[in-house]
Design a protein around this ligand. Sequence first.
Ligand code: FAD
Length: 469
Amino acid sequence: SPILWWVRRDLRLTDNPALSAACGSGRPVIPVFIHDEHVAALGAAPKWRLGLGLERFAGTLGARGSRLMLRRGPALATLRALIAETGAGAVIWTRAYDPDSVARDKAVKAALGEDGVEARSVAGHVLFEPWTVETGQGAFYKVYTPFWKAVRGRDVSDPAPAPGMIPRPDHWPASDEIDHWRMGAAMRRGAAVVARHVRVGEEAAQDRLAAFAATKIAAYKTERDFPAAESTSRLSENLTWGEISPRTCWHAGLAAMDEGKAGAEHFLKELVWREFAWHLMWHSPQIATANWREGWDAFPWSTDETAPEVIAWKRGRTGIPFVDAAMREMYVTGTMHNRSRMIAASYLTKHLMTHWKIGLDWFADHLIDWDPAANAMGWQWVAGSGPDAAPYFRIFNPVTQAEKFDAQGTYRDTWIAEGRRSPTATALSYFDAVPKSWALAPSDRYPAPVVTAEAGRQRALAAFEAREG
Ligand code: FAD
């Protein structure tokens, strides 16, 4: 009888333990992606990007004589229906670590077990599963550096090759059409612009990694902080949908270290930040919803999403060029440089004293590389409420940050058109990427700061001290 391979955030053939195990089971393999309530709840940009990934992956499987079945409905009911239709005797999937997926997967596993169907989950989305990394006291790590030290020397097995053949069933069950799912429905007019920047699929991800390892990894440590430098891997888009495995990236980093490339170890460190985020989320699932540190509930965050300065932040019109450039980069490319994420998040949570949840949700709606763990960790880290967070009084100054990390103003000019005689094409594309209802035009005046770097800092510090007092 066949085995169902429940495809989730693992849209790849290479180094996919779930697929390898399915192929190794001796059963015909039926790959299925389920559009359940978790998929329905995705933000606009992630959902659109997932749709592109699924379309591409269906093609990849098709070229191997296999198929990707698309079904819509609650996971358990959908799997049961497929089992009834196909006579499948087993289901396998790659484990997820966010609380909603964990709850769903546990329930599915238990129920299928009761049905007498073999249900198995395997690792594949992370290098080190959260429960395999413990402090000397048997607790989980709440600080990055000791976490890094605990894992950096571990043996990580070589990535597995793509299976030579994916055994097919005698009959394929019915499948939905991806177009009917309308995965891009909520993207409004941004999709055509962002589409020019995405790199979809396994092959594109492998190419990205190879190009990064060949030309950029050596200087990565020194260059990675400059948002205009295009010096990072940009693999987050692919890692989050599983179009490449973290193990493949890890081994590319190790190989570059062996070649004596100076920045390579730093690349491994960043991959471990991704691991650390999943570690935190698994051990502390409320990281995406509640202040991680005690005491922060009393902080006077604003939760008014309609406040003019919050709207200005969302639209990339705060009058602070680094912040605005960052937000515009996100609308046009679907991603944002790490330094820019920190500056934009810091301005919202500190200068505008707005709750990090508002920023977290906004990013979750607009990032094609949205990762529930990295996004939550990033926001709480910047806000000061998270584990291992920067102390609150260390407030990024978006003006001096620009002087340091965008000294020539290249990043600013890449993304801001207003007030320029000949704006760059990228800066102009922002006006096509955002909703028409924002009614913005390149000929608009660039706004004065809604809150200046210095005034915002003073206000935030005063509020922080009042809370402490
Ligand atoms: P590279 O510099 O090439 O790094 C390689 C890989 O390491 C990345 O692809 C990513 O998987 C991982 N990585 C690097 N930095 C981090 C980090 N600080 N935390 C976790 N993983 C990291 N990353 C996401 O993938 N999705 C998100 O939704 C996300 N939201 C963020 C929100 C905020 C407020 C902040 C401060 C950071 C967020 N990050 C997020 C982390 C980081 O900004 C991105 O991973 C990085 O910019 C991706 O670019 P890259 O692929 O070129 O990274």
